[in-house]
Design a protein. Structure first.
Ligand SMILES: Nc1ncnc2c1ncn2[C@@H]1O[C@H](COP(=O)(O)OP(=O)(O)O)[C@@H](O)[C@H]1O
Ligand SMILES: [Mg+2]
Length: 405
């Protein structure tokens, strides 16, 4: 399935529910956003609001409950809940109607309508299963096609030694292309640089792991690549033979970055990459990510629990609260015109190095029950200004519109 090209990642109505006693935990509930090529998208919200689950869903660690995720225009995740629900409610609704039908003709007409709904939704479920399974295959087939197109004319035109050399290169590239998975172009950097690095592996093996899985066998190529990555992230090649425990927190996070970058990813999901680090080290790691972003045109989904970290680094910011996206805007707009009371409370929590401001700074506490009246009119995620979305109901929508004026 194809989608808009400038958008690298498109998350549509993502739902990830976890079973729990007496029901389900809606860790991520109907979250939509997209990330454009080359941009840094900040995802912010307090601990437990579903940020990590969103990231893990995107890299296919779960079979998502509902919605879709498109990467490079290919649907890589597809949930089925909405289709199952649609069938369930249609059966209920039509069952009732059929029971009350006044004629046989009406009855069979209603039955036909219901059948149609069921057929359509079953097809959608089948398509969801297919896309989820086949996205990697589809992608590697595309790579193989591209390889064929570039190598075959050259091989045909060449002769003797040149031909043999090209053929060998082609075969090696082909073997790797067949193993390449689309999702390996999304790499994750984790919050805890201690837990995310295997203590029994050398730094070289940790950084090289993805390459090896992807079929690289040439030890020299691997070593060179690892050295290059180490230097890129501000470490030195001598570090390759050491073990994670020999490094400081900041250095371990650099190893984590090297492990991600070596795969030449299009998208990096950095899940609170600096939260576990000393404040003095945090800026260094952020600067490193910024440099890499400039160098490789990386696109980054940057997850953080407070706004101060993402403020200067992100082009756009999405604010999550209890599994839902409550506000989304460009960084500038979000700080200039925060609308949702939860965003306002987050902003009010940011300290500034200005004693006069600090003396007057009032922390706003978000209290959903007091701040919204959703007893009659339910909220939805709405665009209150081009590019600025807020979770709001009709009354709030009007209020926000007048604030923006
Ligand atoms: N594998 C899981 N099984 C059950 N519940 C989970 C699982 N992963 C996360 N959760 C729950 O989902 C919610 C969101 O968690 P998480 O995405 O880790 O939040 P955040 O990263 O924003 O702190 C939390 O209530 C958490 O306990
Ligand atoms: Mg988390």
């Amino acid at each position: 399935m194809q989608n808009n090209q400038d958008v690298l990642l498109k998350v549509e109505h993502l739902c990830q529910y976890f079973p729990m006693e007496g029901g389900e935990l809606k860790a991520v509930d109907n979250v939509s956003f997209d990330i454009k090529k080359g941009e840094v998208f900040g995802l912010v919200g307090e601990s437990g609001c579903g940020k990590t689950t969103t990231g893990r869903s995107i890299i296919k660690l779960y079979n998502i409950t509902g919605g879709s995720v498109f990467f490079k225009g290919i649907r890589i995740c597809a949930g089925k809940r909405s289709y199952q629900d649609a069938m369930k409610s249609a059966k209920k609704e039509y069952g009732e109607k059929i029971k009350n039908a006044s004629s046989e003709a009406e009855k069979s007409q209603l039955k036909a309508e219901l059948d149609q709904i069921i057929v359509e939704n079953k097809a959608k479920i089948k398509a969801a299963n297919f896309d989820q399974k086949n996205c990697d295959k589809e992608y590697s087939e595309e790579l193989v096609k591209k390889l064929n197109a570039s190598y075959q004319p050259a091989i045909e035109a060449a002769s003797g030694e040149e031909k043999a050399k090209l053929t060998a290169q082609y075969k090696d590239a082909l073997r790797k292309a067949k193993k390449t998975k689309l999702v390996t172009q999304i790499q994750m950097i984790f919050q805890d640089p201690i837990a995310s690095l295997d203590p029994r592996m050398t730094v070289r093996d940790i950084i090289a792991e993805g390459l090896v899985i992807q079929g690289e066998r040439d030890k020299k190529v691997i070593d060179e690549k690892v050295y290059e990555m180490l230097e890129l992230v501000g470490l030195v090649r001598e570090h390759a033979s050491r073990y994670p425990h020999e490094f400081s927190g900041g250095q371990r996070q650099r190893i984590g970055v090297a492990r991600a970058i070596i795969m030449n990813p299009d998208l990096i999901i950095a899940d609170e990459p600096v939260s576990a680090l000393d404040v003095s080290i945090q800026a260094q790691v952020i600067n490193l990510l910024n440099d890499l972003r400039d160098k490789f045109g990386l696109t980054i989904l940057f997850i953080a629990h407070d706004l101060s970290v993402v403020k200067y680094f992100s082009d756009r910011i999405g604010v999550m609260y209890f599994g839902k996206m409550v506000e989304l805007a460009s960084s500038e707009e979000l700080f200039l015109n925060p609308l949702h009371p939860y965003t306002r409370s987050l902003i009010s929590a940011i300290p500034l190095p200005d004693p006069i401001y600090e003396k007057q700074r009032q922390r706003i506490v978000y209290n959903p029950l007091a701040d919204h009246d959703y007893s009659v009119d339910q909220p939805s995620f709405r665009e209150v200004k081009p590019g600025h979305f807020v979770m709001c109901n009709d009354a709030e929508f009007e209020k926000y519109q007048s604030i923006l004026k």
